[in-house]
Unconditional design. Structure first.
Length: 162
């Protein structure tokens, strides 16, 4: 799983896709002040207890993406249980007019905060693999995919290894 690549040289790609469709989160403040594009990268930084999980759940529930990978790495167990209880009850209207349950478009991977660092790191790599495999199948049907990875301290620990 190790790849060495020079920082200054780009990865080879067949073509660069135009980012012309906005990611509508369903939260007016985020859509107005922190707008993003479908397929883009977003981050929700913040301290403990400031509402990162609430915002991430709201974006997962009400965004205009057709598939969501929700990763609760380092989250509290009751927050993941809340997602499992709420998402099956919510429905959304797709572009073709169909009503569908939010849980049908969501891939949920949970790893609680009391796990060791190696387990949390393995969770992130597992989710990246799941998302890449799902993208291979979704790309055939030209669906949008919204990847949401939310974790508390793993990013800092991964990039500051000696």
């Amino acid at each position: 799983m190790l790849q060495t690549w020079s920082v200054r040289s780009r990865r080879p790609v067949a073509s660069k896709l135009a980012a012309d469709t906005p990611l509508l989160t369903g939260q007016r403040v985020l859509d107005a002040l922190f707008s993003s594009v479908l397929g883009g990268t977003c981050a929700i930084p913040g301290a403990f207890g400031c509402g990162k999980t609430f915002i991430s759940q709201a974006v997962s529930k009400y965004s205009n993406s057709e598939a969501v990978a929700y990763v609760g790495c380092g989250e509290r167990g009751n927050e993941m249980a809340e997602v499992l209880m709420e998402f099956p009850q919510l429905t959304m209207t797709l572009k073709d007019g169909r009503e569908e349950s939010v849980i049908k478009r969501t891939t949920l991977v949970a790893n609680t905060s009391n796990m060791v660092l190696a387990a949390r790191e393995a969770t992130i790599y597992t989710v990246i693999l799941i998302v890449l495999l799902r993208l291979c199948f979704i790309h055939l049907y030209r669906h949008e995919f919204c990847l949401q990875i939310f974790f508390l301290t793993i990013l800092f620990l991964l990039f500051n290894k000696q």
